[in-house]
Every structure is written in C-alpha cells, then in structure tokens.
Design a protein around this ligand. Sequence first.
Ligand SMILES: [Zn+2]
Ligand SMILES: [Zn+2]
Length: 377
Amino acid sequence: MTAANANRGFVVPESMQAWVLGNPDELTLVRKPVPQPGDAEVLVRIGAIAVCGTDLEVIRHGHPALIQGGQPFNKNFTPGHEYMGTVAGLGPGVDEYDIGDRVAVEIHAGCGRCERCREGMYTACLNYGMNYGDHDKGHRANGFTTDGGFAEYAVNNINTLVHVPGDMGDEEATLIVTAGTAMYGLDVIGGLIAGQSVVVMGPGPIGLMGVAVAKALGAQPVILTGTRADARRLGIGRQLGADHVVNVHEEDAIAAVRRITRGKGCHYVLECSGAPGALNDAARMLSRGGRICLAAFAQEPVPVDVAYLVSNNIYVFGIRGEGRSATHRAAALMAQKRFNAGLIHTHTFGLEEVPTAIRYARDRIDDAIKVVVKMAC
Ligand SMILES: [Zn+2]
Ligand SMILES: [Zn+2]
C-alpha cells in the first residue's frame, strides 16, 4: 500500500463522538479516542446504524452484553451493532480491504481459537466476553463485548466485513446483518430447497427478512403469521414475498397453515415472535419430521409439549445471531436485488438523536419497524 493510498482523502481525527452507557437506560454523548485497528482489523468510519431489539435489551438490562466479565453499565461502553460505513484505516498487513471500501458488518468475530469458532459457529464462541485482563482470548462481538457503532468510528475484524455495492443506500446496507440472521436460521434447519414450505412466525425485522430470504431461496409457499393486529408489517411481508399472511386475530394460525398446505403441514418454521406458546404452535404447524428454528426467545420459561415433539419426530434448533458467514450469502441476495430490505426501514435520525431513535424503536412510535441512525457526512 502506498502512502497516498493510506489516506485517500481520509483524515482520521484523534477523537470522536460516541454514545456511552452509564446506568441502565442512560446514554451520554461523549468524546472518546478513535480506536486503532490491530492485526486483521480495519477502522470503519460509520455511515449508518440500525437500532436492534437486542440494543434495547442491552441498554436497559445489560444482558447479553458482557464487559470486563460483568454488566456493561458505567464502563465507558458504546453499544450498537447493526452498522455500515467506509474503511478509513487498515491494521498491519491488512490487504483484504482498501481505504474507501464501503462495508457492512457482522457482529461477532468470536475469538477464532475455540472449537466453535473453528466450526464457523462464532456467534456461540466458547470464549464469549473473554477479552480483558488475564482472560484475554481476543473475543470480539461489537456492541456486546467490545465497543459498538453508536459512534463515528469502530474497529472491525476483517472476517466481520462484507462489501456493499455502490448502488445500495446506507440505510439498506445496515439491514444486511438482519437478513444474515434470517439466513443463518434457514441454514441451521438445513437443506431449504425450492418448493418447500416455510412458516415465519412474527413480522418483526428478522421475521420479515426471513420471509424475503426464504422466498429468494425458492421456498413455496411462504406463510407469515402475525400476533399483532399489524396490517403494516403483514403488508410489508407480502411485498417481501409471503404467499400468505395470517393475522391470528382473524384466523387460528395452526388451522390456517393446515388449510394452506392441504392438511399436510409445512416443512419448516422460523420462529421469530418470542410468544410463550410459539414452540408448541410451531410443532403443530409442521408435518411429521419437520424442523423448527427458534430465532426469538420468550421473556420467561415456557412449558413445552415434549411428547408431541418426540412422537412426531420434530427437530428443534436455536440460533444466536448470524454465524457461518450467513451474512455474506444474504448480502449476495441483496446485491442481486432479490428482495428490497429497505422496505422495513421506517425512520431515520442523526447521531445526536440516538435516544430518540431508541425510543421510537422501543415504543414502536409511528409504527416504527427499523429505525436507522445516519451520520452527517
Ligand atoms: Zn441486532
Ligand atoms: Zn471462539
């Protein structure tokens, strides 16, 4: 890399604006040093970041963030994980990316040295949060165990980056990782092929991306169920390719799936609602031998009809985040314009308005689905 290439118009300041988490639900905009990329890392100048339901959890309850072995409060920690931006600096020896490349990110780099990371399951890293003091295994999950993206800059491992096509807007690019999570869910249930039936439960961001990805992979029919009387979300589900949408306030979801599949039940269920009865309902939507992927969780333990699962040979899987490079496969579908992820982006705010953005996402103000914070250029 030449010296001229090293800046290419990018002047990286010494300090930056960043939101940090104080007590629960307390975010403050401060100045922090711009982080330095290490081996196999780049510095990303953040262009836009989407607010995720998990951000709301972290900011209010701490979990699943883990900073210095404990709760993330009052540790100068910057949350936020669904961002995109431009490569503004390269760690030593990095030639996989160039300064000026537009990139979107995965959240988890993992540690790269444990059994699960070696298997590509870096979202289930065995050294989660082990990146401090004598415990330092180098784990990275931005916005969870390392600083995230409600800031002007962040450092990312090269394995967490994916190129963003020139004709894709910043806001849509923040949704690549959301689509990657849906893709990972369909990956783990395995062998989704054209012509097989998929039910997606819950029209939140991951559920809606689940519809889009399943359809792009040729699934048929794709059925979306909604527990809220939310015409907007179900309507967007249709635009993203759902063959049928079921408003459970109007029709029993299990009966609807049985009707649509002519009594056979479906091949797969992607459970994105977190409703207490979701697993039992999902099992009854499936044909025998069908598969469920749980991508959302209930707020408390729920009873499960194990006898039904066993006697019908139902397989149950769970995912955390976006493993096995699923984000790359989702990004490829989006680059080919197989679906318009931008349909779920509803609101945009500036960096100084992060608390407002979070309030819109949390309270679903004005029917908010995906709220994006966009940096001023
Ligand atoms: Zn997220
Ligand atoms: Zn690991």
